[in-house]
Ligand binder design. Structure first.
Ligand SMILES: *[C@@H]1O[C@H](CO)[C@@H](O)[C@H](O)[C@H]1NC(C)=O
Length: 756
């Protein structure tokens, strides 16, 4: 396929020593001296005594001017032409050399195919460039094979051996066409007037060959020449003037060649340190990208010439022209640097955050504030701890004040006593935190709650009102005595809670209300036989007699009234509410008592003397007896003044012999008048104004017992159980006082008539 060219100029590049003028030698000498002097201050890139520059071009070792100044294959000539010095390798002019990238930019000749002035002849100016057996390769990444022309087909041919197209290993071509001048565009190399194509990696030779028959005289008016060259793509900028003028003819375009220390890899080269090119400390070796060979680089933080001893010098990052890498103070080190914040500031000196430090006064203030805060927190903690301790102490004190220790000691002595100390929490749980729905009554001393203990035991819990100091002291003692009281007709005290300021008492729960409710009802009346009334009276009297005589020292109830006589399921009387109770007086202090009790039941003598004695209870019991007989309340807020008090109206009625008028309708017509009269006499004795004239509770109980038994003798046939069942039946009839109750009662009377 090789065709003869009609006229072909050919230049090959072969190394050829130039003779150097003597004048230049002298200049060199001067330069060397100058550079030696400079070397003291700045790092040299060339071997000592060698030129560092040729004209405008820096010549770093391994390149050098002359054999002694360069590594083999890197020897350049510094040639003087057209008024300046230029470095040449044979005929190739070096435009620049990069050490770190292993690149050199050279002037590449442009091949051309031109018509002569008459278009009758074609002149070829083909170039061939070979880098055989040299450390250089054409850069495949930075160069492009480029053709310029309006009807141009040019081949790029690589041959491995000189002068043999047949042995060529690579062929490539590029075609550029153009018809009108207007089609051409500056900067656009896309086939119209200009064509570019890539080349393979590691090329060591290229020659251009124009296709002869392709071109035509048709484009002669537009362009006289076609051009082709391997050019640095980035440096090439297509200009329409390349077509329209012949400015490219015989010219050059930049071309990039890679260089490396050839034929050994880094690993191989390091095995023989005498020929290892990276001689500088702090240098690294890099394998070449296009064939065997390596490059040297300075390590990070160093710059300079790694091919020279001590060539890699520390970079003074702090002296960077573009500004210090630190926002604070910069400190250079070998191969690096570090930053610090200037005096009086703190922060991150690498990220531009150095803040001025706080003045000592501000620091002091902050320190004091933090210390104060810590002290405050500590004090708060101590306060909380002390408060808690105080609370425990208060509970302890309460416990002690309420006679808790005395009680505990006593209880310890009497093992087996069924008395329990309850905790505040236990009782809170039992009463749903003393919820008002659990209130079952208000005693003279406090509020009574119904409570259900954890073991499902139903209890009544009495929470005392605030009591005074003296009462507090007595409380424990009184409770101790009450806890000893064990009588079937007295409400049993199960336990207490002393750890609170106001002590609480836990009683057995009595389910059936009290005597007041039974007698007076809530607008309803329940039939109660004289027998039942007598039974309740006797049981209450026995309980009081027990308190007065059997207990030691004697206990005075102090607030005997029908509301304080509770009734259980079998209508058994249970005396309760010992809130006003008092041990029998022993010293002066006992006299100075606030008069307590309930109006209508109060002993008139007690009102005068303020001395609570057992006979006071007898008086009150007398009123209860009257209530049982008459069914009237102890105090009524209607009628004359005399009629208001049951006791005074009773006493005057007795005097006038019309006592029977007062009797309860349910027993008025009872034929057992004698017994009723005897009860009335007993009541009268109890209501004696002078306490000493009243019978003792024991005597009252004995009398009631006698009266009760008397009935059993006279009414032998009368079945007690029958009356009880009758009572139960009747109680289910919730009749009003004046509507049909009598008829029912009459029937009841009639029904028991045959039994008599
Ligand atoms: C292209 O650039 C050249 C030189 O810069 C100029 O002479 C020519 O007119 C430009 N061509 C177009 C089409 O702009």
């Amino acid at each position: 396929m090789v065709k003869n060219k009609k006229k072909q100029t050919k230049r090959t590049m072969e190394c050829k020593e130039n003779s150097i003028p003597t004048g230049i030698v002298f200049l060199w000498g001067l330069l060397v001296l100058l550079l030696l002097a400079l070397q003291l201050t700045s790092a040299s890139v060339a071997l000592p005594g060698c030129l560092e520059r040729c004209g405008d071009v820096e010549i770093p070792y391994p390149f050098g001017i002359g054999r002694n100044c360069s590594m083999e294959g890197f020897t350049l000539n510094c040639t003087f032409s057209k008024g300046t010095h230029k470095p040449f390798l044979n005929h190739i002019e070096f435009l620049s050399i990069s050490l770190s990238l292993g690149l050199a930019r050279v002037a590449g000749y442009v091949s051309s195919q031109c018509y002569n002035a008459t278009a009758s002849n074609v002149t070829y100016n083909d170039w061939e460039m070979n880098l055989w057996a040299s450390p250089y390769r054409f850069s495949s990444t930075l160069n492009k094979f480029t053709t310029i022309g309006c009807m141009t087909l040019a081949y790029l041919i690589e041959s491995n051996t000189p002068n043999s197209m047949a042995n060529s290993s690579y062929w490539s071509a590029c075609v550029s066409m153009c018809r009108r001048r207007d089609d051409l565009k500056n900067g656009s190399c896309t086939g119209i007037g200009c064509c570019q194509t890539a080349i393979p990696k590691g090329m060591v030779h290229y020659r251009v060959w124009f296709a002869e028959n392709f071109t035509s005289t048709n484009t002669y008016n537009l362009s006289r020449c076609n051009y082709a060259a391997l050019v640095e793509e980035r440096a090439f900028n297509f200009s329409t003037s390349y077509i329209t003028t012949d400015e490219l003819y015989g010219g050059t375009l930049p071309l990039v060649i890679n260089w490396a220390v050839r034929n050994k890899t880094c690993w191989e080269a390091r095995r023989n340190m005498t020929s290892y090119a990276c001689v500088s400390e702090n240098s690294t070796c890099l394998d070449s990208a296009d064939g065997p060979g390596y490059l040297c680089n300075c390590s990070e933080g160093y710059q300079g010439n790694p091919y020279l001893p001590h060539g890699c010098r520390d970079i003074d990052e702090c002296a960077n022209k573009d500004g210090s890498p630190c926002s604070g103070d910069c400190h250079n080190t070998q191969g690096g640097y570090w930053c610090s914040c200037p005096r009086g500031t703190h922060g991150d000196p690498y990220k531009g955050t150095c803040y001025p430090k706080l003045p000592p006064a501000a620091k002091l203030v902050i320190g004091i504030c933090i210390s104060l805060l810590i002290i405050l927190i500590i004090m708060l903690c101590i306060h909380v701890i002390l408060e808690r301790r105080k609370l425990i102490k208060v509970k302890e004190e309460n416990f002690q004040q309420h006679g808790g220790w005395l009680l505990l000691e006593e209880i310890r002595n009497r093992q087996g006593l069924a008395f329990k100390m309850f905790t505040e929490k236990e009782l809170e749980q039992a009463t749903n935190k003393f919820h008002k729905n659990n209130i079952i009554g208000h005693g003279s001393y406090g509020t009574v709650y119904k409570g259900i203990l954890k073991d499902n035991h139903v209890v009544a819990i009495k929470r005392a009102k605030i009591i005074n100091e003296r009462q507090k002291k007595e409380f424990g003692k009184e409770m101790l005595i009450l806890s000893q009281v064990n009588h079937r007709n007295i409400v049993k005290l199960l336990g207490c809670c002393l750890e609170v300021e106001v002590p609480m008492l836990v009683y057995e729960y009595i389910s059936n209300g009290n005597l007041f409710q039974l007698i007076h009802g809530n607008g309803r009346r329940i039939y109660k036989s004289l027998e039942t009334r007598l039974k309740i009276a006797l049981e209450s009297a026995e309980a009081l007699a027990y308190l007065h005589s059997s207990a030691s020292p004697p206990i005075i109830h102090g607030d005997v009234k029908s509301a304080n006589i509770l009734l259980d399921d079998h209508l058994m009387a249970k005396v309760s509410d010992f809130g006003a109770s008092m041990l029998a007086p022993r010293d002066e202090t006992q006299f100075v008592t606030l008069v307590q009790g309930t109006c209508g039941y109060l002993d008139p003598e007690y009102l005068q003397t303020c001395l609570l004695i057992d006979k006071s209870d007898v008086y009150s019991f007398g009123v209860v007896l009257l209530e049982l007989l008459t069914g009237k309340k102890a105090l009524r807020f209607e009628g004359t003044e005399r009629e208001m008090s049951l006791s005074s109206s009773f006493l005057s009625a007795m005097k006038e012999g019309r006592f029977s008028e007062l009797l309860d309708d349910q027993i008025k017509y009872n034929e057992d008048v004698e017994r009723i009269n005897e009860i009335a006499v007993l009541a009268k004795a109890c209501l004696n104004v002078k306490g000493e004239d009243r019978p003792s509770m024991k005597e009252v109980a004995e009398e009631l017992d006698r009266l009760k038994k008397m009935k059993q003798h006279t009414w032998e046939q009368h079945n007690h159980a029958e009356i009880e069942s009758l009572l139960d039946n009747l109680s289910s009839y919730r009749e009003e006082e004046n509507t049909g109750f009598y008829s029912l009662e009459k029937k009841a009377m009639l029904s028991i008539e045959p039994g008599r």
